[in-house]
Design a protein around this ligand. Structure first.
Ligand code: PEP
Ligand code: MG
Length: 600
């Protein structure tokens, strides 16, 4: 196989692009190349009777946009300062630009084309003209127009405008970036796989790909958007992190075989879902599922999860235009609680911010989003928003075995403030006689090093810990989990990470509470002996990852895992720690190593 680069004008021969393997599996299909912020705007003919409808849709979108900008401006004003909020005055002025609006309205009537199409074409012309002006101040205004235009287009489409929501058939998505909000609305039936130029293995879109069980390669850094054409035949190898463009017939044959072998192998795990995840010497580990929505429950059950270890509730409304009401949240949480029939459901409060942005509540361009206004920090700033969610979770606790989990806890003070608000919510429900579990278990995610260090104090205040290794690794080693440039430094077996995990588990044991791992480390069999040997009680992961971990546990002995854990704590090298664990797995379950990481 030939390695790239390739000039676009060259003959389309097979070539290979390397990236980061983000979700296992193989896909063979036709490429759909998506550039940044591209929207799928159809050009449609309309009849003269449709004109009033199109124009009132436009007026409505302008008014929704105006409200959004004003509410954004108010929030910025209250949190930052008046100067920072002034930018939005310019945005509001654009909405009042008579010339632009009249031109659009006249265009619809004259050309008999749909409003989105006419508006986009007109505004793009304005942007191009302003971008070409000699005055740098005016040139910068082009960005304001672009922002406002994007907002109007989204509102015209009721947020179904991303091309990812509506694919023209089965496709492999090739994009600069796929954001968590893109994955939330993705046309899942038709996305065979995706490959991106940016991102790391634990960025949330990679996590979503694993949850949807579609192969993915991220962080393919060498500008592959320029070398792949729409319609090119691609192979995505999600095991090895390879994108093969225009494969030759013999390459296709190798991959078709690989695909059918993998399918056979993975369907084998579905026959083992009733077997206990128990070591040969009789220690049982709880295997739970991470889900993103109500529909995840079915998958969790199909793969034999013992419960829901992490419900990432932020996906409920990542693309919504307003905060979800208590009723809407209650209906989702109570459905999951009753569908799980008494099995544990850990509902994590919203963890927005970082790479999970919602137009409604996290609209700022922060310089360091992962160190910024994220999760409970945002929650504490908007107690009303927080109470709505807590009341909904509490009410759902009357329908099953529901637990509350707070993410991104940095220390005791923050936890105390959250607990006080939770107590207020319980009191309100008690006074109104609304059924709920007043003794609901409350746990926290341990994903910030300060919390891992303070685990002993925190353990006295909660019923369980769940270690979020995705963030714990990122914050401990100072490696952005979404940045492909530093992906090689993202090492879950870094000695500092392992020592922090040990500290957390010891604190949990000393205080008689249970401890889970719900970061991606839990789903990767290579780390299972270490985590189990360190004393973790539960591993929670995307449902599709449970099978190999269950099989591995059933082939291990706890005392061997404990030996592995002690050995890795003695080495000061992440690669050596991983080697020690892999050696053990290879001796008891070589098939898992071979299939999980090579797919052959
Ligand atoms: C984690 O940080 O490990 C985790 C499970 O949470 P998230 O991936 O949603 O940040
Ligand atoms: Mg996290």
């Amino acid at each position: 196989m030939k390695s790239r680069p390739l000039n676009i004008s060259e003959k389309r021969e097979e070539f290979l692009i390397h990236g980061i393997p983000a979700s296992p599996g193989v896909a063979i299909g036709s490429a759909l190349v998506i550039r940044k912020a591209e929207f799928f705007i159809e050009e449609k003919n309309i009849s003269p009777e449709d004109i009033p409808g199109e124009l009132s849709k436009f007026k409505e979108a302008i008014e929704v946009t105006r409200k959004q900008i004003i509410s954004l401006q108010n929030r910025v004003q209250s949190m930052l300062n008046k100067n920072d909020a002034r930018i939005f005055d310019a945005h509001l002025l654009i909405l009042d630009d008579k010339m632009l609006m009249e031109e659009v309205e006249a265009g619809v009537a004259k050309e008999l084309r749909n409003i989105d199409f006419v508006f986009n074409r007109t505004v793009q012309r304005y942007i191009a003209a302003i971008s070409a002006m000699p005055d740098p101040y005016l040139r910068e205004r082009a960005q304001d127009i672009r922002d406002v235009a994007e907002r109007i287009i989204k509102n015209l489409h009721s947020r179904t405008c991303s091309i990812l929501d509506r694919l023209p058939g089965q496709r492999i998505i090739v994009a600069h970036e796929v954001t968590p909000s893109d994955t939330a609305d993705m046309d899942k039936e038709n996305v065979q796989a995706f490959a991106t130029e940016v991102g790391g293995k634990t960025s949330h879109s990679a996590i979503m790909a694993r949850a949807m069980q579609i192969p993915a390669v991220v962080g393919a850094q060498n500008l592959f958007l320029d070398t792949i054409h729409n319609g090119d035949l691609l192979i995505i190898d999600g095991y090895l992190g390879m994108i093969i463009v225009n494969p030759r017939p013999n390459t296709l044959k190798v991959y078709a075989d690989k695909e059918s072998e993998a399918e056979k192998y993975y369907s084998g795990f579905l026959k083992e879902t009733r077997l206990w995840p128990e070591t040969i010497d009789g220690f049982r580990i709880q295997l739970a599922a991470n889900i993103q929505g109500v529909e995840g429950v079915e998958d969790a059950k199909r793969h034999g999860a013992a419960g829901i270890g992490l419900f990432r509730t932020e996906y409920l409304f990542i693309n919504a235009k307003e905060l979800p009401s208590e009723e809407k949240q209650f209906s989702a949480y109570s459905k999951i609680a009753s569908d799980m029939e008494g099995h544990q459901v850990v509902i994590r409060t919203f963890d927005l911010g970082g790479d999970k942005l919602s137009e409604v509540i996290t609209p700022f361009n922060e310089p360091n989003p992962f160190l910024g206004f994220r999760a409970v920090r945002l929650f504490l700033e908007y107690p009303h928003f927080m109470k709505t969610q807590l009341r909904a979770i509490l009410r759902a606790s009357a329908f099953g075995n529901v637990k509350i989990m707070f993410p991104m806890i940095s220390g005791c003070e923050e936890l105390d403030r959250l607990t006080a608000i939770l107590e207020e919510c319980k009191k309100e429900l008690r006074v109104s006689g609304i059924p709920h579990n007043d003794n609901i278990d409350v746990g926290i995610m341990i994903e910030i090093p300060s919390a891992a260090i303070m685990a002993d104090s925190l353990a006295k205040k909660v019923k369980f810990f769940s270690i979020g290794t995705n963030d714990l690794v990122q914050y401990t080693i100072a490696v952005d989990r979404t940045n492909e440039k530093v992906a090689h430094l993202y090492q879950p077996t870094h000695p500092a990470v392992l020592h922090l995990i040990k500290n957390v588990v010891s604190a949990a044991k000393a205080n008689g509470i249970w401890v889970s791992v719900c970061g991606e480390m839990a789903s990767d069999p290579r780390y299972a002996p270490i985590l189990i040997g360190l004393g973790v009680n539960e591993l929670s992961m995307s449902p599709g990852a449970i099978g190999p971990v269950r099989r591995l546990i059933r082939r291990m002995k706890m005392h061997e895992a404990e030996k592995i854990a002690s050995s890795v704590l003695l080495v000061d090298d992440a690669k050596e720690a991983l080697r020690i664990s892999e050696e053990m797995i290879n001796s008891v379950a070589p098939d898992i190593v071979r299939m999980s990481f090579k797919g052959i």
